[in-house]
Design a protein around this ligand. Structure first.
Ligand SMILES: Cc1cc2nc3c(=O)[nH]c(=O)nc-3n(C[C@H](O)[C@H](O)[C@H](O)COP(=O)(O)OP(=O)(O)OC[C@H]3O[C@@H](n4cnc5c(N)ncnc54)[C@H](O)[C@@H]3O)c2cc1C
Length: 458
């Protein structure tokens, strides 16, 4: 594709994955013409295996479909906003308990057929090597091709485009045992930014042994290059020697346990993750342990026995931009009002989060073309809270984030813990509907949760 101006009415979308397909659908249903650039099959990525749009590159699960889970809440919000991805996922689902899992081939084929059937959308099977002028959505995903990555690096500054993520687990504040944790920063006795979980020698050694023995996700061949000495997975540090962690991220120097008046043998530090202090990040614990193993191993740490994990750790090949510096919560680039970003490249993490950001980008581009102000859902909704997180200009050391209840603002009144999520969900859906009516969006009739997938495909 060569750059150049378009007539201002045509929208170019780069990347026909989950975000790009959803954005194209949202634009088409608002009568906007789209050119959707997808480089496959002409140029493959390291993970996709077909030429279908919206191919799921790994798991066939779109995570929980239950309203007791933030991923389920996000899906419900997307249903009400007429998401194509969720509509087709509902129609192609396979039994998976409370999760929404799909027949991946049927799913991607149905999305491709639905997009290709739209008269106002032209799918162009070509790599985009530059950022065009005019209305554009960049949704080229975690495996953005090299020429486009170079163009993005020169647009944003090379230091604002990342090629892998190193994610430490995040736990909710209320699930940390505060009778074990103490607040302190190393050497700064008047600073309480961190929570610290002290470990005696035997506790530390059994943690190291458990980390070494835990099952790991094998690195894909194209991911082998990503380990940098400053950002090694915790299991690699544990493998290097029994005390490597105790001299690394778990070093106790500068910390005194106020309950014993002594320096612990090792310390697990938890750093505040959001302004509301509802989430804490386990410092230096990026890992490729499988998700169930992370839950099992980290729950053996004194103070984390009942930990609720808002995000689990990972290390991935992942192209994403420094969204807190560059994006408005409307998904517009701060430097150019007609350039939008959507999908994993914005720093949201996960299939549905990517599709949800595509939904908002499509909606906002249509509003922009109709001289309406781009919008963002209230922070009390799942989508609004995720966007508020990734686009918060005060955020430092940005790493991708998935949707979770810890991102939602606390409720106004104190309520019993078991009622909290339900009240947050009710507030989210009430606020979403109010917001939709304020911006003139008609809610879509609820499809309901199905468990078997023979429903109609649009
Ligand atoms: C290996 C891997 C496994 C993952 N597994 C999971 C998982 O199991 N569950 C989960 O929730 N999330 C997973 N993710 C994270 C993420 O949710 C998915 O990558 C998701 O597909 C992101 O959606 P997207 O639309 O942003 O990108 P994609 O779905 O990747 O779509 C981007 C599209 O842009 C195209 N493209 C790239 N560059 C160009 C260019 N220059 N010109 C034209 N087209 C271009 C690509 O071919 C691709 O089709 C995984 C990511 C990776 C890399």
């Amino acid at each position: 594709m060569s750059p150049g101006s378009n007539d201002g009415r045509l929208v170019r979308i780069i990347g026909g994955g989950l975000a790009g397909s959803e954005a194209a659908w949202q634009l088409a249903r608002r009568g906007v013409a789209v050119e959707l650039y997808e480089m496959r099959p002409e140029k493959p990525t390291e993970a996709h295996t077909t030429s279908d749009l919206a191919e799921l590159v790994c798991s066939n699960s779109l995570r929980s479909n239950s309203l007791s889970n933030a991923a389920g809440l996000l899906k419900e919000e997307m249903r009400r906003l007429d998401s194509l991805i969720i509509r087709i996922a509902d129609a192609c689902c396979v039994p998976a308990g409370s999760a929404l899992a799909v027949d991946r081939e049927r799913f991607a084929e149905a999305v491709t057929a639905a997009i290709e059937a739209l008269p106002s959308v032209r799918v162009i099977r070509k790599e985009a090597g530059e950022i065009p002028s005019g209305m554009t959505i960049v949704s080229s995903g975690p495996l953005t091709s090299a020429p486009l990555s170079r163009a993005l690096a020169s647009l944003l500054g090379a230091e604002h485009l990342y090629y892998y993520d190193a994610i430490s687990p995040i736990v909710t504040a209320e699930s940390i045992d505060m009778s074990v944790a103490f607040r302190a920063s190393r050497y700064q006795h008047d600073n309480d930014d961190y929570l610290n979980l002290p470990l005696a020698r035997e506790q530390y050694e059994s943690l190291v042994a458990a980390i070494c023995a835990a099952e790991k996700v094998p690195a894909k061949s194209f991911e082998r290059f990503i380990y940098f000495e400053s950002c090694l997975p915790v299991e690699e540090l544990a493998r290097r020697g029994r005390d490597t962690l105790a001299f690394g991220p778990m070093r106790p120097t500068g910390l005194t346990d106020p309950r014993t008046g002594k320096r612990p043998y090792a310390v697990l530090q938890l750093r505040q993750e959001n302004r509301e202090r509802t989430l804490y990040n386990i410092v230096g614990f990026q890992t490729k342990m499988t998700y169930p193993e992370q839950k099992r191993v980290f729950s053996t740490i004194p103070g984390l026995e009942r930990a609720e994990f808002a995000r689990l750790g990972s290390l991935h090949r992942n192209t994403f931009i420094n969204a807190p510096c560059h994006l408005l919560p409307t998904l517009q680039w701060r430097g150019r009002a007609d350039l939008f970003f959507a999908g994993q490249i914005t720093g949201v993490e996960g299939y549905i989060e990517s599709a949800a950001s595509g939904l908002l980008a499509g909606m906002n581009v249509a509003r922009f073309l109709q001289d309406q102000t781009p919008v963002t859902p209230p922070p009390t909704t799942a989508l609004g809270s995720l966007l508020a997180y990734i686009c918060d200009p005060a955020r430092k050391d940005f790493q991708p984030m998935n949707v979770n209840f810890g991102l939602l603002p606390p409720l106004d009144a104190a309520v019993p813990k078991k009622e909290k999520k339900q009240l947050m969900v009710e507030r989210a859906l009430r606020d979403l509907e109010k917001w939709m009516s304020e911006i003139g969006e008609k809610p879509v009739e609820r499809v309901g949760f199905r468990t078997l997938g023979d429903g109609p495909v649009p």
